[in-house]
Design a protein around this ligand. Structure first.
Ligand SMILES: NC(=O)c1ccc[n+]([C@@H]2O[C@H](COP(=O)([O-])OP(=O)(O)OC[C@H]3O[C@@H](n4cnc5c(N)ncnc54)[C@H](O)[C@@H]3O)[C@@H](O)[C@H]2O)c1
Length: 456
């Protein structure tokens, strides 16, 4: 990481004075929201805020004029939003109470820390950060500058998922031993294609898009939307989809971060210029409280399975997540869910004996361990933006604050390191470093380009 340059120090001074402009908002006030990044997700997040009447789009920032035009049009009925191409100018705007950061992953930490220093509350898209080091620094920044933060792991605000988490925590599924998750879709044969490097839209725009990431030639696939297949800008589908799954696992199973991780996979079948695997399995072992009896500790084995060269469903229920308890299995897909009871036996398992193969007594002892149930629900982002707006006014903790967002991202991030090193890594929660593989610690952060900093 680079040290603070004179230019950065100047920026910090501006930002610090901006902190004193933070407004104290009452329950009936309108929150002035500034958007940084209005591409695919920024547009969806903007919609999710506009569903609520108590906020206005006061500022918009992106590198693509057409995205700014669209956002300005959508929010016109609530006033004219000031347009920016430099996010630092948006952060100086006194009408902005809160920012929504929906830029690519490699930009999150730098923009987030600057927003904290500028006294803005923050809705930041998942994954919180590109590295473990950045995530911890973001936790510290939010604490130091007393910012309200919502990380865009929007399943956390789904009413149904919140209720299910309480039921699972109370022990309804019995003791949990494992959770599995699946990101399945067939990208074979051409995937995202293999465009050649080319001239960027403009040198200035490409530099602004790259931000702290290493300097490199422009490639259409590395930039807008497709950056998620390249490691300088993203942790791949493991931190794209996988972080939602890791978050749901943490929520249902009361987990912090994994103590052990291993992963295998690669680019086996898809022919495009992606860097990330098309096929991958990650395994995490967590220390966990026993559901229904939190004084007891146990271990759970969780997995992420990515099949991008074959579209067959991960499980029979075609869900993205499943939670395996001694009494039942919870299948979860967004807000939709089904609980399938286990059939458990009260007599000990009978050994196979060639002289007496009658197992009818034993079979007769099988009973469903719980009742089946199912429900439909929603993980709409509007629940998450509602919770954020409420917390901006009440100064209460959001459903997914910086620490929750960081912890949910640690599993996927260290999964990528285990995959890169083809190793089983032991992670120390306190120091947030690997204890059995010194070289793996090198991948917990990277050196920013000159002029970019997350110093507090
Ligand atoms: N919560 C979810 O379900 C969900 C879904 C999709 C994406 N996301 C997350 O949202 C983020 C953005 O992904 P996306 O799919 O919208 O990508 P995208 O490329 O469509 O949008 C990113 C936008 O950021 C802008 N940008 C880049 N650098 C900028 C800068 N220096 N200043 C201002 N704007 C800049 C780009 O011009 C682009 O419009 C990612 O972190 C992604 O993981 C979350």
């Amino acid at each position: 990481m680079t040290t603070l340059s004179r230019r950065d120090l100047g920026r910090t001074a501006v930002a610090m004075s901006a902190l004193s402009y933070s407004r104290v908002l009452g329950a009936n006030d309108r929150v002035g929201v500034g958007y940084i990044g209005l591409g695919n997700r920024g547009d969806q997040v903007h919609d999710a805020f506009l569903e609520h009447g108590d906020n206005a789009t006061v500022a918009i920032c992106d590198l693509v004029p057409e995205y700014l035009d669209l956002a300005a049009k959508k929010s016109a009925s609530r006033g004219v939003a000031t347009r920016y191409t430099d996010y630092r100018k948006l952060l100086e705007d006194k009408n902005v109470d809160a920012v929504a950061i929906c830029t690519p992953d490699h930009w999150h930490a730098v923009m987030f820390v600057a927003a904290c220093k500028a006294g803005k509350d923050i809705y930041v898209e998942k994954p919180l950060s590109l590295t473990v080091f950045e995530g911890r620094r973001m936790v510290e920044a939010a604490e130091k500058y007393k910012r309200i933060v919502q990380v865009g792991l929007h399943r956390r605000s789904s009413p149904e998922i919140r209720t299910l988490a309480e039921r699972v925590k109370a022990g309804e599924l019995g003791q949990l031993s494992a959770a599995r998750s699946f990101h399945v879709r067939n990208d074979w044969p051409v995937g995202i294609g293999s465009p050649a490097d080319s001239a960027p839209p403009s040198r200035e725009v490409w530099e602004a898009w790259l931000g702290p990431a290493p300097s490199q030639p422009y490639n259409r696939n590395k930039a807008w939307y497709n950056f998620r297949w390249f490691y300088d800008f993203s942790g791949g589908q493991l931190t794209n989809f996988g972080v939602h799954y890791s978050d749901a696992m943490r929520m249902m199973m009361q987990l912090t971060v994994p103590r052990t991780v291993t992963a295998l996979g690669g680019r086996y079948v898809v022919n495009d210029n992606r860097q990330i695997p098309d096929t991958m399995v990650v395994l995490w072992e967590y220390d966990a409280p026993v559901a229904g009896d939190p004084s007891q500790r146990s271990t759970v084995l969780n997995s992420y399975e990515q099949y991008n060269g074959n579209g067959a469903p991960g499980n029979l229920k075609r869900t993205e997540l499943e939670f395996r308890g001694t009494k039942g299995t919870l299948y979860l897909h967004n807000g939709n869910w089904e609980i399938v009871p286990e059939q458990t036996h009260s007599l000990p398992t009978k050994p196979n004996d060639p002289t007496s193969r009658d197992t009818s007594d034993w079979r007769a002892s099988f009973k469903p361990a719980m009742e089946a149930s199912s429900g439909k629900g929603s993980a709409d982002t509007a629940f998450h933006s509602r919770n954020f707006l409420d917390c901006v006014k009440s100064r209460k903790q959001t459903n997914c604050d910086t620490l929750e967002g960081h912890r949910s991202n640690v599993g996927p991030l260290i999964g990528n390191i285990a995959h890169k090193l083809k190793s089983t890594l032991v992670f120390d929660e306190k120091s947030e470093r690997f204890s059995n593989h010194p070289a793996a610690n090198e991948f917990l952060h990277y050196e920013y380009r000159k002029g970019f900093s997350i110093e507090l």
